[in-house]
Design a binder for this molecule. Structure first.
Ligand code: COA
Length: 169
């Protein structure tokens, strides 16, 4: 299993993978809209020359009180081909993806999803860092992970995803 940065020739496979995993086009369309924007990160999991998993990160901003230089990413989406799920590929993509974000100097990552899945990676409810999601979601579903210890200490406000997230088709 290799986790590597997406290449231009992977784009079509990544699109198909997201459609297969989510059973709809929304997430694939979102990735296609965000790809190429500064500070995005797209990684794939490759097994026997086949792309079997994908993870994407894009920049978010905090509307509120926060250091201007703070660089935070939103993790979304992450997907594994249906026949390859529950074999640890999603876990590997998230762990290596977060490590790559840290290596690139990003200070925190937010995610909106199932806490049962994400808490194991060190995410905590974002409300504990006085951050809330711009969308109306249950408190525990919006989580944050500091990649740089203390980075969010003096930060509070509403986390805003890229406007591409608001186009939901
Ligand atoms: C979520 C997803 C990326 C996880 O990838 P994966 O390779 O199957 O995950 P792993 O094998 O590393 O499993 C990690 C844990 O997640 C759990 N898990 C995996 N898929 C799950 C699902 N659909 N619902 C609930 N739990 C799930 C596993 O049980 C496992 O927990 P355990 O170790 O306690 O048993 C994958 O199931 C997927 O693509 N789902 C469809 C798309 C999606 O919902 N993406 C997430 C939202 S952006």
């Amino acid at each position: 299993m290799e986790i590597r940065t997406e290449k231009p020739e992977d784009v079509e496979s990544v699109r198909h993978l997201n459609i297969a995993a989510f059973g709809r086009e929304n997430e694939a369309n979102l990735v296609d809209r965000l790809r190429g924007i500064a500070s995005t990160l797209s990684l794939v999991a490759v097994q026997a020359d086949r792309i079997v998993g994908h993870i994407f990160f894009s920049p978010v901003v905090v509307a509120g009180k926060c250091s201007k230089n703070l660089s935070i990413l939103g993790l979304a989406p992450v997907a594994v081909l249906p026949n390859y799920q529950r074999q640890g590929i999603g876990t590997l993509l998230i762990r290596e993806g977060l490590e790559e974000c840290r290596r690139l100097g990003f200070q925190a990552v937010v995610v909106l999803g199932n806490p049962d899945f994400y808490l194991r990676f060190g995410f905590i409810p974002a409300s504990r860092n006085s951050l809330k999601c711009e969308y109306d979601v249950p408190d525990e579903a919006f989580m944050v992970l500091e990649l740089e210890s203390g980075a969010l200490q003096d930060c509070s406000g509403t986390v805003k995803y890229r406007s591409e997230f608001n186009l939901c088709e």
